[in-house]
Write a protein that binds this ligand. Structure first.
Ligand SMILES: [Zn+2]
Length: 105
């Protein structure tokens, strides 16, 4: 059996890196016994597929809350909120513009 080699991101120690359970996303967590730092070498938060993302966006557009969507699709709700934010940035929003025009009149 091969043992995974881990390096502490804080103090750089390669020994005493113990597996310390998993994060909510399912990534393995580690703990450095030298400086007591806990870290996640491979956070899983970006590992959703495009179709999962689209499904989440559709559910959001139907009026579901980010929390409900996350629960329905088994993903982190913070993830859903982030996608919603990104989608808002991409699509042109003219709320600010119309506000300017109103001020002029
Ligand atoms: Zn350390």
């Amino acid at each position: 059996m091969e043992k995974e080699k881990r390096k502490c991101p804080r103090c750089g120690a390669e020994v005493g890196q113990h597996s310390n359970g998993k994060t909510k996303a399912g990534s393995r967590r580690y703990r450095c016994t030298c400086c007591k730092r806990e870290y996640t070498p491979n956070p899983k938060k970006w590992q959703y597929t495009e179709s999962e993302r689209k499904k989440a966006m559709r559910l959001l557009l139907l009026g579901n809350s980010g929390r409900a969507v996350g629960k329905a699709l088994g993903m982190n709700k913070a993830n859903v909120y982030r996608w919603a934010k990104e989608a808002q940035k991409k699509s042109p929003v003219d709320v600010d513009k119309s506000g300017d025009e109103n001020r002029r009149f």
